[in-house]
Write a protein that binds this ligand. Structure first.
Ligand SMILES: NC(=O)c1ccc[n+]([C@@H]2O[C@H](COP(=O)([O-])OP(=O)(O)OC[C@H]3O[C@@H](n4cnc5c(N)ncnc54)[C@H](OP(=O)(O)O)[C@@H]3O)[C@@H](O)[C@H]2O)c1
Length: 217
């Protein structure tokens, strides 16, 4: 068994979620409120370590009226414990779980265990299927995956994403170096992820598309 996973992201009309090395606001303030409403409904939010290093997000519910118990658990995927010790996700506003691997130094694991939970799961990259089983057994039954590009790819590759919600901001970024919604090595034609459109609506000047991920036979 694994938690239910929704990938939620904002992207430009040309499918970019960020420049090559910095973050940018892609959707409008109404969409940000929508994302924070969604966060309230999930047990946990998951992001890759590059997103933590580049954006330094809090990953809490703070764009709408909320209580501290509304904050989901923050899950960071970080093979070598590159996480900055002063990262916002290590503050006391919510519980944080770092998924790491046997490549992480014992000294770093011990230090971080004094600040948050650390689960060692995988040899050189985090074994996401195994990690999601462990998280489910810990009582986490729903996860909102919030990027970035590389983690999104791995989550699809391992068949771990159930739903996709994308807000298309009315912008074009361009550039081959910019990050796309799903990066990694990309899929071969027989691996392409098939989606089923579930809903779509306008939010301020942006558009939200919601899909179910079709399961492979
Ligand atoms: N527009 C949006 O909605 C949105 C949302 C989120 C992020 N972003 C943007 O996305 C960018 C970051 O994306 P990114 O692709 O560079 O990085 P990322 O997906 O945030 O993090 C990827 C890193 O996670 C670690 N990792 C460990 N195990 C993994 C596994 N099994 N599969 C995949 N990754 C694994 C790897 O680093 P180690 O090997 O060092 O562990 C990997 O390089 C930022 O610029 C951010 O602003 C945009």
């Amino acid at each position: 068994m694994k938690p239910h996973v929704l990938l939620n992201s904002a992207m430009t009309v040309d499918g970019k979620i960020a420049t090559s090395n910095s973050s940018m606001q892609i959707s409008g303030s109404d969409d940000l409120k929508r994302v924070h409403m969604l966060r309230k409904k999930f047990d946990a939010i998951m992001v890759g370590i590059n997103t933590v290093i580049i954006d330094n997000p809090r990953l809490t519910v703070h764009k709408i009226k909320s209580e501290s118990y509304d904050n989901p658990i923050r899950i960071i995927v970080d093979s070598r414990l590159r996480i900055p010790r002063d990262a916002n996700v290590l503050d006391s506003s919510a519980r944080t779980i770092i998924l790491t691997t046997r490549m992480a130094r014992v000294r770093d694991v011990e230090l971080l265990r004094s600040m948050c939970d650390v689960i060692v799961c995988g040899e050189d990259v985090v074994n996401l299927s195994e990690a999601l089983k462990i998280l489910y057994d810990m009582g986490i039954s729903s996860i909102m995956l919030e990027g970035g590009s590389t983690l999104n790819f791995s989550m699809f590759k391992d068949g771990l994403v159930d739903k996709v919600s994308v807000c298309i901001g009315s912008r074009i970024l361009g550039g081959v170096e910019s990050k796309t919604l799903v990066g990694g090595r990309g899929f071969s034609l027989d691996e392409v992820v098939e989606l089923e459109l579930d809903d779509f609506y306008r939010i301020d000047g942006d558009i939200v598309l919601e899909y179910n991920v079709k399961k492979k036979e």
